[in-house]
Design a protein around this ligand. Structure first.
Ligand code: ADP
Ligand code: MG
Length: 684
């Protein structure tokens, strides 16, 4: 049998099972071998019946004391059998499998495995799995550690176990060793055949451990090698602009609040970077509302006070304008000229801004993608900051960097990146974390309701806005449905205008002209608008502390990270804030999301859950990164292995970047096999 053969060449795979397996991404015998267990059950230990206790799972060998009996109670059909092994006795009970009455022979030995309980003071085992016991034959399902696979409806553990065993028996020999021998030796890895065999049917705990380590290494190593190839280089530490004076007290004086210790710690890290002779490459991650803007501001000041320019790039017009408003106000007090550059500005304004940037009179430059247009020239750009990094591709960050001569790089993100993913994706970045929020924030009370609650919801909005607060109402706008969604949002706004005649209601969406958007956002900042109906254009970064209630309509259409980002628009001041997720969806995945949202507002927890629900391929949205799903590596727990991976990958890459040496031939092929499909999606 060949690894590339279709799974239907395996016994027991008919058309139906084949389709089910295809759905799970299993097409070939190799895919089947790489369909790894999600868990294991230890059936290697046999327990004498005398030692069996109620309430857990046991494996034992026993014979039937008598013929089984069948009891019929209404719809229920119960088969019972008394089992004995000479040390004690217990009763096995099976539900609705009446045929089992005739499946056993009295006096013969059987394996059993199942969960025990106590009924009326008697020990019983419920619906145990069983098979004939043959002391001379190794069993597939008993007397060993057995795999538990992720299932889809219509497939059972027993079937998968059998099929995978078959694949192992017939095709394991063909599994290739693609890791260069030198690496395998250096890290003392088990070979790949051994790893594949033992990940399914581990001989022992230790064998499992060795198998898993090898497979996790392989998975991360292939990914890391591919990313290195795509990036085309390993970023070396470069010499950069080094400054002497990093006194930021003037900024702190105008900020109007004390920095938190978390912000202070991150700023210290940035300080050390710009004092050193090397270029800074730093990712600052902090949950929504943790105060990343203040950190960016202080960092920018370090360079500006030494005579340099700093650029801050934001992903949306709305966010760029907001940053401009607040930063120009603060820097204005310090005599620092701040300019805004974004699409949709009048030509005159744009030309003026570009002129100031080129001459160097503008020290702080804020904008959108407009900042990286070819015609924008900088005088002496010494630091580039990107806000909400996950919204940008690496390309755009690079382009901005190229506008200066080795500028320092600061990227900010609220999407908490599991450390491992961060290391893989941003291997060339140092990571700082703002790990707590400013004081005085209250928990945002979050509720999930269905549309029948609308009347009550409106009454609640009425009350809060009556007390002077403001409200966001979010309508989804998803690209493929754009037109209908837009219409829905606009119509809904009209409806709300008649529900709330005493308040100003306005609609904001991405299709509006820049100055319209600006007018509405200003109206909302100044509380001239109380109720803002918006699509997700406000998702990132927007900061209006007086807005304390957020309603998300059709909440099932948003992913967890998006919901968390959205919710982060409220709870930014000292007033109690609320988030209400409205959905009629019965889908279990969306229900799970709502539950998570109601139970926590910790961004790191949410991102971990998100990763579990979606897999890393989707983590940043395929648009940005298109990482493949991990089959075995756990991005939270496998950091030690990742360290080895990075070391090995960098060494291999430096020695043979094109992978043309004979010892790397198989490795090269494997990388192609895996990533070819995703090539276009990998935007790195
Ligand atoms: P994010 O990290 O989501 O970008 P922002 O920088 O927009 O968060 O800050 C959120 C809010 O918290 C803003 O209103 C900001 O003024 C305020 N803030 C930031 N740092 C502090 C602090 N140390 N103490 C009090 N308020 C702060
Ligand atoms: Mg922000």
């Amino acid at each position: 049998m060949l690894l590339t053969d279709d799974i239907s060449t395996l016994k027991n795979i008919g058309e139906q099972r084949r389709e089910k397996l295809n759905k799970m991404g299993v097409y070939t015998v190799l895919d089947m071998l790489e369909y790894f267990p999600r868990d294991y059950e230890d059936r290697s230990v046999l327990t004498p019946i005398a030692d069996i206790t109620p309430g857990s799972s046991f494996g034992f060998v026993a014979r039937l004391a008598d013929k089984p009996t069948l009891t019929v109670k209404g719809k229920f059909k119960l088969v019972r059998a008394k089992l004995t092994d000479g040390t004690g006795q217990l009763e096995a009970v099976w539900f609705n499998q009446p045929y089992l009455k005739n499946s056993f022979q009295v006096g013969k030995d059987y394996w059993f495995f199942g969960k025990t309980s106590e009924k009326y003071g008697l020990l019983q085992v419920d619906s145990p799995e069983w098979e004939v016991y043959d002391p001379y034959k190794k069993s597939l399902s008993n007397g060993r550690i057995i795999p538990v696979y992720p299932l889809t409806q219509g497939l059972t553990q027993k079937v998968l176990r059998g099929v995978i065993k078959q694949a192992l028996d017939t095709a394991l020999d063909e599994v290739e060793e693609f890791l260069p021998a030198e690496i395998a030796k250096k890290y003392g890895f088990a070979d790949r055949k051994y790893a594949v065999a033992n990940i399914h049917f581990p001989e022992s705990d230790n064998a499992f451990f060795k198998a898993r380590t090898r497979l996790v290494f392989d998975e991360l190593f292939l990914l890391q090698m591919r990313l290195l190839q795509l990036k085309g280089s390993i970023k070396k530490k470069q010499h950069g602009i080094s400054i002497k004076n990093t006194d930021i007290s003037p900024v702190l004086d105008v900020l109007g609040f004390e920095l938190t210790s978390a912000q202070g710690k991150v700023l210290d890290e940035i300080k050390a970077d710009v004092l050193s002779p090397y270029v800074m490459n730093r990712l600052v991650q902090g949950d929504v509302g943790s105060g990343k803007t203040a950190v960016a501001l202080a960092a920018a000041y370090m360079l500006i006070s030494n005579g340099y320019q700093v650029a801050l790039m934001a992903p949306t017009d709305v966010l760029a304008s907001q940053h401009f408003e607040s930063i120009s106000r603060l820097f204005g007090k310090l005599g620092i000229k701040t300019v805004l550059l974004k699409s949709g500005m009048k030509k005159r304004e744009k030309d003026n801004a570009c002129e100031d940037i080129k001459l160097g009179t503008a020290k702080m430059i804020i904008g959108t993608h407009a900042l990286i247009q070819d015609n924008v020239e900088y005088k002496d750009l010494a630091m580039v900051i990107t806000d909400e990094q996950h919204r940008f591709g690496v390309e755009q960050r690079r382009k901005l960097e190229s506008k200066g001569k080795t500028p320092h790089v600061l990227v900010m993100t609220a999407t908490p990146i599991p450390r491992t993913l961060g290391l893989i994706l941003y291997g060339d970045l140092d990571i700082s974390t703002i790990d707590h929020l400013p004081p005085g924030r209250q928990k945002i009370d979050t509720f999930a309701v269905n549309t029948s609650y609308h009347a009550r919801l409106y009454a609640f909005i009425q009350k809060l806005c009556g007390e002077g607060r403001q409200c966001y109402i979010i309508c989804p706008m998803i690209e493929e449905n754009e037109k209908n969604d837009l219409k829905a949002a606009v119509e809904y706004t009209d409806e709300l205008k008649s529900v709330f005649p005493q308040f100003e209601v306005a609609c904001l969406h991405g299709k509006m002209k820049a100055d319209e958007k600006q007018a509405i956002m200003s109206g909302f900042y100044d509380n001239k608008i109380q109720i803002l109906v918006s699509t997700t254009v406000i998702e990132v970064g927007v900061n209006v502390p007086n807005a304390t209630i957020m309603v998300v309509e059709n909440a099932e259409r948003f992913g967890l990270s998006a919901l968390h980002q959205l919710r982060g628009r409220v709870g930014r001041g000292s007033e109690k804030s609320y988030c209400i997720l409205v959905s009629d969806s019965k889908n279990s995945l969306s229900k799970e999301r709502m539950k998570i949202m109601c139970s926590t507002d910790n961004g790191f927890e949410i991102s971990e859950k998100d990763l579990q629900l979606r897999g890393p391929g989707d983590f940043f949205g395929t648009r940005q990164h298109g990482l493949p799903d991990m089959k075995i590596a756990n991005l939270y727990k496998d950091i030690p292995i990742l360290k080895q991976v990075q070391q090995a990958a960098v060494e291999s890459y430096q020695k043979d970047p094109m992978l043309i040496l004979p010892e790397n031939r198989r490795l090269k092929q494997k990388i192609l096999d895996i990533f070819d499909k995703n090539e276009k999606k990998l935007g790195l």
